[in-house]
Design a protein around this ligand. Structure first.
Ligand SMILES: Nc1ncnc2c1ncn2[C@@H]1O[C@H](COP(=O)(O)OP(=O)(O)O)[C@@H](O)[C@H]1O
Ligand SMILES: [Mg+2]
Length: 153
């Protein structure tokens, strides 16, 4: 599924739509360059789940946890691990496929920890347009295929 959004608001509306359809155990990977819109998407997602606490990217920790009525939301941003993240077992797999929903920025640095069933969302800037983004959603695995088809309705 591929969508062109033209404003921050449209990115956050898409995030809200996804938030309405997620279930405990879902893992969502947010990919794209710095400034592409991954954290902005996460903020829209959290807001739609009723999270009042401001959502900032975790910096000193790799994970921030938020409570919602239905499940814990885990926001992982592992940018600071860089390419070396793969070397050690960071124990991050406990955040995936369990009772919470995980959103992961820079997931390419923790590949060995990731589950097979993920929804990947890629954000790309559109040259010469400050607020336009192409957002591509790709499901792999039973749960994420079901999630994406709910979104498409
Ligand atoms: N359509 C859009 N979607 C998301 N962010 C946008 C959009 N248009 C402009 N922006 C701006 O781009 C920046 C994205 O930053 P951020 O979400 O922190 O990116 P990332 O987490 O991918 O590094 C923010 O300053 C945001 O206001
Ligand atoms: Mg970010």
């Amino acid at each position: 599924m591929r969508i062109l959004v033209e404003t921050v608001n449209e990115t956050q509306e898409l995030a809200a739509k996804l938030a309405k359809n997620v279930k405990a155990g879902d893992t969502i990977l947010l990919s794209g360059d710095l400034g592409a819109g991954k954290t902005t998407f996460t903020q829209g997602f959290a807001k739609a789940l009723g999270i009042k606490r401001p959502v900032k990217s975790p910096t000193f920790t790799l994970v921030r946890e938020y409570q919602t009525a239905q499940f814990p939301l885990y926001h992982l941003d592992v940018y600071r691990l860089g390419e070396e993240g793969n070397a050690e077992d960071l124990g991050l797999s406990e955040y995936f496929g369990g009772e919470g929903v995980a959103l992961v920025e820079w997931s390419q640095y923790i590949k060995p920890d990731l589950p097979d069933d993920v929804l990947e969302i890629v954000f790309e800037r559109v040259p010469n347009y400050d607020t336009k983004r192409v957002i591509t959603l790709t499901a792999s695995g039973e749960k994420s295929v079901a999630l994406l088809s709910e979104m498409e309705k």
